[in-house]
Design a binder for this molecule. Structure first.
Ligand SMILES: C[S@@+](CC[C@H](N)C(=O)[O-])C[C@H]1O[C@@H](n2cnc3c(N)ncnc32)[C@H](O)[C@@H]1O
Length: 446
């Protein structure tokens, strides 16, 4: 295939828009199938992730250069122009080389017809550098300018700013985008030292989770025997930490001395369930539940045994008060994992937050029903957006007087800057993890 890295980036960028594909799943697959060597795969990744990250802003530049809105372009032409504009404005590829290669890409994917147009638009784009385009197109107000400069929709920047609070390091939070891969050495199945040895040069132990390994840039987790066997998995260190906090929380009287029973109410694809099952005390049992059958099947692989039961957490198939510890890792916008899924910022809309909110509240209420008095519930999202995090918790607590909010900080004393007495919020720019949120609650006593 001619110019495989650019063609691969184009294919992924188009599939993300047209088919709702996930770049972090499709890109490694295409790179492998097309036999890209390490250098070409790294270039394809840079082009893909960069283009997706800046997509909405690149569209504004393309629209200004083309004198027509980007929405009016054919999707293949728009995808070619995005990849080309990203190279011109954010990479050091010499302009003539970037224009030439992108015009050839247009010819390969869309035939001769749009070639002249693509050439003309890219030449216009290349007449200014990134700073020139920022000066020309960024909104005048401070927040809008920050959103444009860092490649975010304004509403996402507003939500991140609200989560950080006054005086928060907003620009640092927005700038963070180094793609990273963390692994978990599943307790009882492989030790972290053994996993580190497999992962080779450049891999490091995670600073806080005793099970975490941070891979070197460009490392391929699929190549590691422990990952292939399921003894280890790809799991962000933040995701490990929230599971650890739940396992470490005190559960008070009322268990009757029986072995602990734990519930993971939204278990698919199974990262946290697999870690929790390795942390169970002697004789303890974990019930993993998941709404979607295909995701429930993924849990089986992660657990190395029976998978999740297919169940709707809002219509519990279990007795009330049956569990000592309950995890509700709620469906959310995923705006806390933008380093791995940069396109999510453009795909999500404020309406998604409104749509998810009732489900998040119902799942949390159901989790509180499932926990026994003195037991503990962890409400987790991979999003820092207050409407999905603190506001969900506040709404549920206000409807359930007597619900106790547990301070999570003493449970992870080794982790700095985690938040307040009511919740824990991790950040990529502070912790090198996803922006995971955790609140720990106890159901009211009868
Ligand atoms: C954020 S993901 C969970 C990730 C998982 N805990 C892990 O660590 O791998 C949320 C999951 O909740 C599932 N889900 C959505 N609605 C649900 C419901 N009503 N009951 C149970 N699971 C649900 C989704 O299918 C999705 O797999």
């Amino acid at each position: 295939m001619k110019d495989a890295p650019r063609r691969t980036a184009y294919d992924v960028v188009l599939a993300v828009e047209r088919d709702g594909a996930y770049a972090n799943l499709l890109l490694p697959r295409l790179s492998r199938e097309r036999g890209l060597d390490r250098r070409d795969a790294a270039f394809a990744a840079e082009l893909t992730y960069g283009t997706l990250r800046w997509q909405g802003v690149l569209d504004e530049v393309v629209a200004a250069a083309a004198r027509r809105p980007a929405e009016t372009l054919d999707p293949p032409v728009r995808a070619v122009l995005r990849v080309g504009a990203y190279q011109l404005l954010h990479l050091r590829t010499p302009a003539h080389a970037a224009v030439h290669a992108t015009v050839e890409l247009a010819r390969a994917v869309a035939g001769p017809k749009p070639v002249g147009f693509v050439n003309a638009v890219l030449r216009k784009v290349s007449q200014g550098d990134w700073e020139t385009w920022v000066r020309r197109l960024a909104p005048a107000d401070e927040r809008g300018a920050l959103a444009f400069r860092h490649g975010y929709p304004l509403w996402v920047v507003d939500a991140i700013a609200a989560a950080l609070g006054p005086g928060g390091d907003l620009a640092a939070a927005l700038a963070e985008d180094r793609p990273v891969t963390h692994l978990v050495a599943r307790p009882g199945r492989v030790t972290r030292d053994a996993l580190l040895a497999e992962a080779g040069d450049g891999a490091e132990p995670g600073p806080w989770s005793p099970y975490a390994v941070r891979l070197a840039a460009g490392g391929d987790p699929g190549a590691l025997p422990s990952v292939r066997s399921g003894a280890a998995g790809v799991q962000d260190e933040g995701s490990q930490l929230v599971a650890l906090a739940l396992a470490r929380a005190e559960v008070t009287e009322g268990g009757g001395g029986a072995a602990e029973r734990w519930l993971d109410m939204c278990a698919g694809p199974g990262g946290k369930a697999a870690l929790l099952s390795g942390l169970l005390p002697e004789g303890g049992r974990l019930l993993a539940a998941e709404l979607h059958p295909h995701r429930a099947r993924l849990v089986a692989r992660a657990l190395g045994g029976p998978g999740a039961v297919v169940a709707d957490g809002t219509k519990p198939a279990w007795a009330a008060g049956a569990f000592d510890r309950v995890l509700v890792d709620a469906p959310c916008t995923g705006l806390g994992a933008l380093r791995r899924r940069p396109e999510v910022r453009w795909r999500r809309r404020p309406e998604d937050v409104d749509r998810l909110r009732p489900l998040q509240e119902r799942l949390l209420e159901s989790a509180l029903d499932a926990a026994r008095p003195g037991g503990v519930v962890a409400y987790v999202t991979c999003s820092p957006v207050p409407a999905e995090t603190t506001e969900v918790v506040a709404a549920v607590v206000s409807r359930r007087p007597g619900t106790e909010v547990v301070d999570p900080r003493p449970l992870l004393p080794e982790v700095p800057e985690t938040g307040t007495a009511t919740h824990l919020q991790l950040w990529p720019h502070r912790h090198g993890t996803d922006a995971m949120f955790l609140a720990l609650l106890r159901p009211p006593r009868p």
